[in-house]
Each structure stands twice: as structure tokens, then as C-alpha cells.
Ligand binder design. Structure first.
Ligand code: COA
Ligand code: AMP
Length: 640
């Protein structure tokens, strides 16, 4: 058991004794137009709302507030782009000027409070500016990750029916230009709710053609001498700030809705208390603004807390080498580096001894946070040991577990409250506000140390998803109905005797490839659209670097007619074209039949266990064990 009472225990105690007072007190950390008098609205349980009578503006909290407090000269954003050899600094005052002007541009294009704006952009400052400009107007942004293909973008456009889209002419992937405009044009053609306005940042590396009457040039709009910057518009705390799509069990992504007030309150609190960052500090979150880690810890949390955030347009390796992250830490005096375990694994593969680490001064580095996928103990140990060698200090490597849905960590080592001893393989303890439980199939709690479904007792804390965009029923049926009174995380895991949480993997058909969350359903839908394919299944199998990688098993309609190699190539290309390069499907196996239960359910889990050389109990309901035997011969890793 843990020893003396820590600040963490005190916070947990004050939250469990009087949650209403606890959250109202935390809410004082942000500026309100109308301060809330109540924390929780339970009237529509199991859908809860936070700070129901409060009003605020999130952009005002992220920018104006700091400028008004005399911190306008502090650096808000450092844009570090090895792929364009650029480093640019934006002070809080600079960023406010850009954001207020771009909010004026959007307003002049008819964007108002509650309207949606889709942002499909690479990692450039204009992406951050566009997000904050939406927040300034009370408009709802929906950022779509650049690695998704046109069809995925079209689905998201049709779901949110945006008033405008903000995009860029291109992204840069290592040394490859990725033209965004053809993808955007294709998505707009496929979409039935395409907006009238498209604003495009023309990058010097590649300029694209603009369509007359629809496409507008970002720079030209911003340079208009008649442009009137927009003031922040107060919105209800319960109004949506953004929608971010994430993969679910089906191919249809879920639009996770983040509210304005709860999100601002918890993210502001998280910077000092979870990340241990002070007012003059710098965080470098190496993710992408298209993912939740980017939304929360490149953009909103650092700016709400008034610290400096690094926006990095590059990769952990190849831009130019595996020392890239350490170079950024040294050059910008980074205090916290936050990335995905995959990034550490690729760095380790290229620089196993950590020689490149030793070439940079990491004197400023206080901690490394890793999230987005399971942090395997080996990677934790390697990172910890190399940092100790390079710095001569004990730099904590903090595993933290959360999801697009929650928006901020569910479990972490809360460095700003207390540094607990790490247990490799565990993201440590529940973050105050999250009542984490492990449930058995019958809904009762699993004994300590026993695996089950990881769930969170309702209500979840502020900042977590308000609902699924436009579909409260889907919110309830996907997350809240399996175990009444609990939110189902979709992860399996356990809690040990000391209260440490272990997250062992998804219990549904979501896979995690290089920290990118993908739905096997979406990949299967793309594969099934090929005329030669009769049936298919996609499973996520273990990968040394990417954590998991997708593997497809395909049954063809008329086997005699098919050139197998050609079909494999076509299916890989199809997934890339339909879902996006980020789906990274490389392995396709053609099999005679797929193993199923008697009721027709494909045995994906059993196949995954076989491919990962795990124990794979054969369900008693299997239709034909011979089919599984044949598939197992294909799946089993070949010996050396
Ligand atoms: N726009 C266009 N294409 C993109 C893209 C984007 N924003 N992001 C990735 N892609 C492309 C890549 O170029 C790659 O294309 P390729 O098949 O032609 O090489 C493909 O999508 C697969 O990308 P990825 O899985 O990222 O593989 P990679 O080999 O390019 O990089 C890593 C591997 C580990 C370096 C990279 O995934 C990474 O940095 N991961 C860190 C984790 C992370 O950022 N997680 C986000 C959540 S925290
Ligand atoms: P995303 O919504 O893309 O952030 O993905 C969330 C999923 O990633 C979770 O449900 C987990 O399956 C996995 N995940 C994220 N962080 C961790 C972690 N620290 N440990 C284990 N799994 C994690």
C-alpha cells in the first residue's frame, strides 16, 4: 500500500467528499463571462452536462486573457518544421492578432455561433489559427487528419454539414509533397452537404488551382485592409467547441462532441497538476492536430494555461534523423515532451544506444509523457535508461491512458500533485474525477488483479465527451448501455492491489496502428467493395514498431479467375485510396473460407490470438473447426 497522504490523495478526497464544490472550485481557473453557479446538470442522465449556467469564450481564455494579464510578449507557439527548414515564433499578442483577423474572415463568410467548419490541414500555424478562430466565434470546428482519404473526409463533411472548409495546398511527408486539394475536391464531389466556401492556404512548396466562386486564398483574405477583426463571442459552457471523429466498431466514425466549459476547466487544470508545468514552461507534443492528443496538448491545454507549445511538422525519424525530437527539446528549451510509444520505438530502432540523444543538451527536459497506445515495459525501460544516461538525472517517463472520447488523461502519474513510483506496463493511478472500475461480464466488479472490461462510473468528469454529434441515442447505445451507470471504455484491463490501472488492449474491433486509431470495419468495407472479394476480415496483429498492423484475410468469389498477386496489390491500393495512407495495410492473405461461429460471427479475436502466437481458445460455438485449422496455418508466424 502507499505510504503517507500525498497531494493527490487530498485532491481525491476533496473530490469524493463534495464533487459539486470540487468542480466549481476548479472552474475558477478560467475566465467566465457568466460564472457557473452549478457544476453538474443531471436532468438528462445518463447524459450529463457541466457548468450548465456558465458562459465563456474558449479563445478568449486561450489568448486575450494572457495578453490582458500583461503576457502578450510570451511565446505562445513555436512552429518548428524541419521539412520546410522553418522555425517561427508567435507571441500571445501575435497569435491573438492572427486569430482575431481570421475569425473576422470566417464571420464575413457567414460563419456564426454554432456553425460548423471543417479543417483539413497539415501541421502549420494556420491550422491552429483556424481552430481558435472558430472557438472565438462560437463556431464548431471539426479537424480531419491529413492522412485520411477523400471518402473519409466526405463522410465527415456530410455528418457535420459545415458552413466552410479551411484547407491547404499541400502537406509534406518527409520529402514527399502530399497534395491536399485534389483530395478535398474529390471529397466535396462525393459529399451531399458540401459548403459554399473553401479557404485555402497556398504553401510555397506547392500552389494549387483555386475554383472560381468557391475557393478563396487565405493570405489574400487576411491581407484585406478592410478586414475587421472579430471579438470573442460568449457561449454557453455546454455548447459544442468541436467535433472530432474517431473510429468505432463499425465503419461509420463517431463524431465526439467536446463542450466549451468543461473542456476549458479540466485542460487548464491538467497542465500544472498532471504535467507539472509552470507558467514559463514549454511543451512539445509530437502528434498531429488531427488527433485528440494534438487538439488537447498542442493547442488547447498549453494555450489555456498560458505556456509555450511547439507545433512540429516532421517525424521522429527521417527529418533528418532519429535525433530530431532531442534537437527540438534542446533548441526550444522544452520541459515536457509528449508523444506516442511508437515514436520511441522507431527512434530506438534507428539509434539503439541513444547516441543522438547524447548529442543534444536535454537540460530543460523534466518529463516525457507517452500515450495513444499501450506503452510496453521494454520501451518504457529503454526510454528511461537512455534519458538517465544522457542527462545524468532521473527523468520520469509517464505512461498516460486516455481516448478521443475523454479528451484528457484517465490515468497517469500526476507529476504536479505527486510522483508515484512507476510500474512499467501501467499508466499508474486514476486521474482525479475519473472513478475507474474493472467489470466482469455480469456487471459486477472484478477482484483486484483480475482482468475485465475497464469502465468509468458516471458521471465522467468535465471535458469528456458530451455526446456523439447529432445522435444522443448512439452515444447511449455505444458507451452507456452495456453496464448501466458506467461509461464503457472499450479497453480491457485490471487494477492491482495498489490501485494501479493496467490497460491491456481493446475488447472491440478497433485497432491501433502507430498510435493511430482505426476501425477494422472501415478497412473491411473498402476491401469488400472490390468485385472479386466475396468476404473478408481485417485483424490487428502485433508489430514490433507500430504496436499493431492491419492484416486482411480475403475469400474470393471465383478463385480460378483471380491473379492472387494482382488482387493483393489492388486491395492494398484500394484501402489506401478509400481510407487513406495512414491505414497502412500491407498484408493480404487469400483463404478458402473464414472461421465463424454457428450464428455467422467471424472469429476475429481467435484469429488475432493465433497470429500473435497467444493461447487461442476455440469457441464451443464454432461452425467448422477445419476452416480455423486452415486459416491458422496461414496466420501462424513462420519460425526462423
Ligand atoms: N498526411 C498525409 N499522409 C500521411 C499523414 C498526413 N498527415 N500522416 C501519415 N501519412 C502517410 C505516411 O506518409 C505514410 O505513407 P507511406 O505509406 O507512403 O509511407 C502512411 O501515411 C502511414 O503513416 P504512418 O503510419 O505514420 O507511418 P510512417 O512510416 O510514415 O511513420 C511513425 C511511422 C512511427 C514515424 C509515425 O507514425 C509517427 O510519428 N508516429 C507517432 C505517433 C503519433 O503521432 N500518433 C498520433 C497520436 S498520439
Ligand atoms: P485514441 O482515441 O485514438 O486516443 O485511442 C484511444 C485508445 O488507445 C484507447 O482506448 C486504448 O486502447 C489506447 N491507448 C491510449 N493510450 C493508452 C495507454 N497509455 N495504454 C494503453 N492503451 C492506450
Amino acid at each position: 500500500m502507499r505510504g503517507r497522504e500525498t497531494e493527490y490523495d487530498e485532491v481525491i478526497r476533496s473530490w469524493s467528499e463534495d464533487a459539486e464544490a470540487f468542480w466549481l472550485d476548479m472552474a475558477k481557473g478560467v475566465d467566465w463571462h457568466t460564472p457557473p453557479t452549478r457544476a453538474l446538470d443531471e436532468s438528462r442522465a445518463p447524459i450529463y452536462r457541466w457548468f450548465p449556467d456558465g458562459e465563456l469564450n474558449v479563445c478568449q481564455n486561450a489568448l486575450d486573457r494572457h495578453v490582458a494579464a500583461g503576457h502578450g510578449d510570451r511565446t505562445a507557439l513555436i512552429y518548428d518544421s524541419p521539412v520546410t527548414r522553418t522555425v517561427e515564433r508567435y507571441s500571445y499578442a501575435d497569435l491573438l492578432t492572427h486569430v482575431a483577423r481570421f475569425a473576422g474572415v470566417l464571420r464575413d463568410q457567414g460563419v456564426g455561433t454554432g456553425d460548423r467548419v471543417v479543417i483539413y490541414m497539415p501541421m502549420i500555424p494556420q491550422a491552429v489559427i483556424a481552430m481558435l478562430a472558430c472557438a472565438r466565434l462560437g463556431a464548431v470546428h471539426s479537424v480531419v487528419f491529413g492522412g485520411f482519404a477523400a471518402a473519409e473526409l466526405a463522410v465527415r463533411i456530410d455528418d457535420t454539414a459545415p458552413k466552410a472548409i479551411v484547407s491547404a495546398s499541400c502537406g509534406i511527408e518527409r520529402d514527399r509533397i502530399v497534395e491536399y486539394k485534389p483530395l478535398l475536391d474529390a471529397a466535396l464531389q462525393q459529399s451531399s452537404l458540401a459548403p459554399e466556401t473553401v479557404i485555402v492556404v497556398q504553401r510555397p512548396q506547392h500552389r494549387c488551382a483555386l475554383i472560381d466562386g468557391r475557393d478563396l486564398d487565405y493570405d489574400a483574405l487576411m491581407a484585406d485592409p478592410g478586414l475587421v477583426p472579430a471579438d470573442p463571442v460568449p457561449v454557453k459552457a455546454t455548447d459544442p467547441l468541436y467535433v472530432l471523429y474517431t473510429s468505432g466498431t463499425t465503419g461509420r466514425p463517431k463524431g465526439i462532441v467536446r463542450d466549451a466549459g468543461g473542456h476549458a476547466v479540466t485542460l487548464t487544470w491538467s497542465i500544472p497538476h498532471l504535467f507539472g508545468l509552470g507558467p514559463e514552461d514549454t511543451i512539445f507534443t509530437a502528434s498531429d492536430v488531427g488527433w485528440v492528443v494534438g487538439h488537447s496538448y498542442i493547442v488547447y491545454a498549453p494555450l489555456l494555461a498560458g505556456i509555450t507549445s511547439v507545433l512540429y511538422e516532421g517525424k521522429p525519424i527521417g527529418t533528418p534523423d532519429a535525433g530530431a525530437f532531442w534537437r527540438v527539446v534542446a533548441q526550444h528549451g522544452v520541459n515536457v515532451l509528449f508523444t506516442a510509444p511508437t515514436a520511441m520505438r522507431v527512434i530506438r530502432k534507428e539509434d539503439p544506444q541513444g547516441k543522438l540523444l547524447g548529442e543534444h543538451s536535454l537540460a530543460s527536459l523534466d518529463a516525457v509523457f507517452l500515450a495513444g497506445e499501450r506503452l510496453d515495459p521494454d520501451t518504457w525501460e529503454w526510454t528511461t535508461a537512455r534519458l538517465a544516461e544522457a542527462t545524468g538525472r532521473d527523468v520520469p517517463v509517464v505512461d498516460n491512458w486516455w481516448q478521443t472520447e475523454t479528451g484528457w488523461p484517465i490515468a497517469a502519474n500526476p507529476l504536479g500533485l505527486h510522483r508515484f513510483p512507476a510500474k512499467p506496463g501501467s499508466p499508474t493511478l486514476p486521474v482525479p474525477g475519473y472513478d475507474v472500475r474493472v467489470l466482469q461480464a455480469d456487471g459486477t466488479e472484478a477482484p483486484r488483479g483480475t482482468e475485465g472490461a475497464v469502465a468509468i462510473r458516471l458521471p465522467m468528469p468535465p471535458g469528456t465527451l458530451a455526446t456523439v454529434w447529432g445522435d444522443d441515442d448512439r452515444f447511449v447505445s455505444s458507451y452507456l448501455s452495456t453496464f448501466p451507470g458506467y461509461y464503457l471504455t472499450g479497453d480491457g484491463g485490471m487494477i492491482d492491489e495498489d490501485g494501479y490501472v493496467y490497460v491491456l488492449g481493446r475488447t472491440d474491433d478497433v485497432i491501433n496502428v502507430a498510435g493511430h486509431r482505426l476501425s477494422t470495419g472501415a478497412l473491411e468495407a473498402a476491401i469488400a467493395s472490390h468485385p472479386a472479394v466475396a468476404e473478408c476480415a481485417v485483424i490487428g496483429v502485433k508489430d514490433e514498431v507500430k504496436g499493431q498492423t492491419p492484416r486482411a484475410l480475403v475469400v474470393v468469389g471465383d478463385a480460378a479467375e483471380v491473379d492472387r498477386d494482382e488482387l493483393r496489390r489492388e486491395l492494398v491500393a484500394l484501402v489506401r485510396a478509400e481510407v487513406g495512407p495512414v491505414a497502412a495495410l500491407k498484408q493480404v492473405d487469400i483463404v478458402a473460407a473464414l472461421p465463424k461461429t454457428r450464428s455467422g460471427k467471424i472469429l476475429r479475436k481467435t484469429m488475432r490470438q493465433i497470429a500473435d502466437s497467444q493461447e487461442a481458445p476455440v469457441p464451443s460455438t464454432i461452425e467448422d473447426p477445419a476452416v480455423l485449422d486452415t486459416v491458422a496455418r496461414v496466420l501462424r508466424p513462420q519460425g526462423p
